[in-house]
Every structure is written in structure tokens, then in C-alpha cells.
Design a protein around this ligand. Structure first.
Ligand code: ADP
Ligand code: NI
Length: 217
């Protein structure tokens, strides 16, 4: 098992990649994904080092933030910390399968990949998921909501990436779909709770927008 010193140092390197980001990809997101993945691993199993490294490095080459190729940020951080070539390859394999891409989303073919994908998705839903969605929408100059704009369904990877809809539409295009896309039983249970919290949020949002509940006028 890798030492805690190595993990701290990797965390510092990842943090320096994310300075100045306000799109929801800060080091706090990375830490939450790491901690959730470790918690899920305690029940579900899987190689702890692959899971921890992939969690810490999963956004190090995110296409929205970096113009890197072949996961070179993740690769060079691992090289700098003396991680074996086999371990590097296993971690990059996991990272390459994490992202949500509409109907082109990949189901990971390793337990480690399933766990990291679940941990990343859990951070996209619930109270923090709502916060991140509006932070992202604000940064991208999107409207919160527009009654005239209907959300899209069954988007492909390229449609999903080029989509510029409202943040409320993003709930229907991604966030509310994640509950049924979780891989592990542990994550399914947590997702159920966070999902109903988002449904409650949307109900309140519409009540306030349309004045459909007297107590919310
Ligand atoms: P992740 O870090 O989970 O891979 P993404 O890179 O897809 O997530 O996006 C980062 C955050 O921004 C997530 O919480 C996601 O839901 C949110 N986000 C992505 N696209 C949009 C969008 N079009 N509108 C609002 N929020 C978005
Ligand atoms: Ni992420």
C-alpha cells in the first residue's frame, strides 16, 4: 500500500492544477470523491491504491479545464511519485471510464472503475450537486431556468458536450438520471436520498417561480 505521505503530496499537486477554478472542479470536489470512494471500498472491496489514485487524479485532465492528451497530467504526477507502470495504466484505465457522456456513457469494466464513477456521480447530486450545477451554469453564462426551453433527451456524447441549456434543464439531462446509473449497492442507497432531496428542491423552485404554493407566494 502507498504511504500517506505520497497521497498528501499527490493531493498538493492536484490542488495546484485547480487553482482559480470556479466550475465545480476544485480540490474540494476531488477530496470528497476520494473520501466517498474510500468509504464505498470498505464495503464493496477493490484495490485501494488504484481507487485512491484514480479518485485524486480523475479530473486532472478534464477536457473542460485542460488541453492535455493521453491523461498526461495524471501520468506525470504518478511518474513523479514513483508509481509503477502497471499501476499507472490501471489508474488511467479507470479514469478514462468515469465521465458522464449522455447515452454514450461507459459502464466501467473493473470494480475500481465502478467505485470511482459512483463516488464522482454522488458529488454531482444532492445539495452539493445542486450547488455545483448552479456554479457551473453561472460560470458558463447560462440562465437558471427558462420556461420556454424544453430539456433534451437521449443526447449523444457530442450533443451533451455542446449543449448550452439552462441549469434546471441539466437536472433532467444528467442529475436526475444518475440514481439509476449507480454501480454499487452502497452508492445506490446514498443516491436514493440525494435524489429525493433534488426532487424536493425542484418542487420548491417551481412553486416559487410560478407562485403555485401560497406559503411560498
Ligand atoms: P464531474 O466532475 O462529475 O465529471 P462534470 O465535469 O461533468 O462532472 O461537471 C462538473 C460539475 O458541473 C458537475 O456537478 C455537473 O453536474 C455540473 N455541470 C456539468 N455540465 C453542466 C451544465 N450544462 N449545466 C449545469 N451544470 C453542469
Ligand atoms: Ni469529478
Amino acid at each position: 500500500m502507498l504511504s500517506e505521505d505520497v497521497y498528501h503530496s499527490i493531493m498538493d499537486d492536484v490542488a495546484s492544477l485547480f487553482v482559480n477554478d470556479s466550475s465545480g472542479h476544485d480540490i474540494h470536489h476531488t477530496k470528497r470523491v476520494h473520501d466517498s470512494a474510500v468509504t464505498i471500498q470498505a464495503t464493496e472491496g477493490g484495490d485501494i491504491d488504484i481507487i485512491r489514485l484514480a479518485s485524486l487524479l480523475h479530473d486532472a485532465d478534464d477536457r473542460k479545464l485542460f488541453a492535455t492528451e493521453n491523461y498526461s497530467n495524471a501520468r506525470s504526477i504518478m511518474v513523479d511519485h514513483g508509481i509503477s507502470k502497471d499501476m499507472q495504466d490501471a489508474v488511467i484505465h479507470v479514469i478514462s471510464q468515469v465521465s458522464f457522456k449522455g447515452k454514450d456513457t461507459i459502464a466501467p469494466d473493473t470494480l475500481e472503475g465502478m467505485i470511482v464513477q459512483d463516488a464522482d456521480r454522488l458529488d454531482a447530486i444532492g445539495a452539493i450537486g445542486i450547488g455545483r450545477a448552479f456554479a457551473y451554469g453561472g460560470k458558463a453564462g447560462r440562465a437558471m431556468y427558462d420556461p420556454k426551453e424544453h430539456h433534451k433527451e437521449g443526447m449523444s456524447e457530442s450533443e451533451y458536450y455542446s449543449n448550452e441549456g439552462t441549469t434546471i434543464n441539466h437536472f433532467y439531462e444528467k442529475l436526475l438520471l444518475l440514481k439509476d446509473m449507480m454501480n454499487t449497492e452502497t452508492a445506490k442507497r446514498v443516491a436514493k436520498h440525494r435524489h429525493s432531496f433534488m426532487e424536493g428542491f425542484l418542487k420548491e423552485f417551481y412553486d416559487e417561480w410560478y407562485g403555485t404554493n401560497q406559503t411560498n407566494l
